[in-house]
Design a protein around this ligand. Sequence first.
Ligand code: SF4
Length: 469
Amino acid sequence: MNQSDVLATLAQKEYVGRSFDLLTNIEKESGKKLTASVITFGCQMNARDSEKLAGILAASGFELLEDSEDADFVLYNTCTVRDNANQKLYGHLGEALSRKKKNPGMMIGICGCLPQEPSALEKIKKSYSFVDLIFGTHNLYAFPEYLNRLLSGERHICEITDHADNIVEDLPIIRKYSFKSGVNIMFGCNNFCTYCIVPHVRGRERSRESGDILDEIRALAENGVKEVMLLGQNVNSYGNGIDGEISFPELLKRVCDIDGIERVRFMTSHPKDLSEDLIQTIKSDEKICRHLHLPLQSGSTRVLKEMNRRYTKEQYLDLALRIKDEIPDIALTTDIMVGFPGETAADVDDTIDVIKKVEYDNAFTFIYSKRMGTPAASREDQVPEALVKENFDRVLKCVQESAKKQSLRWQGMVLPALVEETNSSLEGYVTGRLSNNMIVHFPGTPDMIGSIVSVKLEECRGFYYMGSV
Ligand code: SF4
């Protein structure tokens, strides 16, 4: 951390202490314990941010409720990557208003990606004026300060900036799982894919210093964490912009060297700059999970160029097949977008061709969503809905066939699974995750949670297995 980051961290920690005193007084006067909850939408980055927000709320004295919108302070950590994420939040806000009418002291906050989008911010201010606190992705670290102002009685706080001043470390955090954790290694994105809102709402790429990352992971390991997921919009460009910083493969190696860390995952690796060094690093260390998410988006070189993805169909195929060749037990997953402006049935045939050749273990297939402010949104050749639907169904069918075939690869094998939870629908069963990210259900007891056990994969049921220890 540089000097400015250190000072910002100290200031925010002080706000946490002040909020604790304010909250104690409020609770004395009202005669009740105040509750808070963080409702999370979107990606792994948001899930990680929510752990930080929850940590700050708990350290400030709130009793945390999990996934409940009946709390005295409800904070929505939002996503805006697709329009339906925005619509989902508006639905929740409608219901929040009814709750606020019954509990007038209730406070409502919105943070994350959505308020970084100017049109969405305007809509919230205009149509949901009962929201008490709004802040964005760049100033999440200042949440202790905003919370303090809220508890001091201030309302309609709106703090949005278009750049990040600080990377604040060491604020309180509540981790959802005791045995696994996400770890941000970088923030933002420089790639400007023409359909994507992320660089606009998360800002330019900023890497954390490797020393800070490794210290955080050592502390996690000392507290019983066995699996870490290194998070960044494109981990391959980790370290760019920091003089003398190590590369992402080197960072992976150093994380693997930490005592107590048994599994390392990462997300996301952009196909344009996934290096041979990274492939060899994954291959050489069994601690690095046998799962790689390699977003394709489209199999058509023309569409890829218009998306500004910076690889061709051939380059992607060469990379994906090389990875499978080098690491045969790796599970490859991907993202596929259907309906990018100007996409033809022939372009979709190219996408299907890639799916058939790569044989993905799974794919997240979604329909292009117009995001205001991105170059693709202003194009006039938006694809008619009926054609998008038809193409989407074709892609989905192919993805499902591939995933079904790939799932069967593991039948009968005995593989280590990290036990994550008890199974809520099968009594006496627990649920574990394999290195390749597949889920397996097997007979077990709650005391197994957090341990890695060898499980025989007995019966493949589509995308998951039934097994036994
Ligand atoms: S790499 Fe492209 S799709 Fe991914 S976050 Fe950056 S701009 Fe968006």
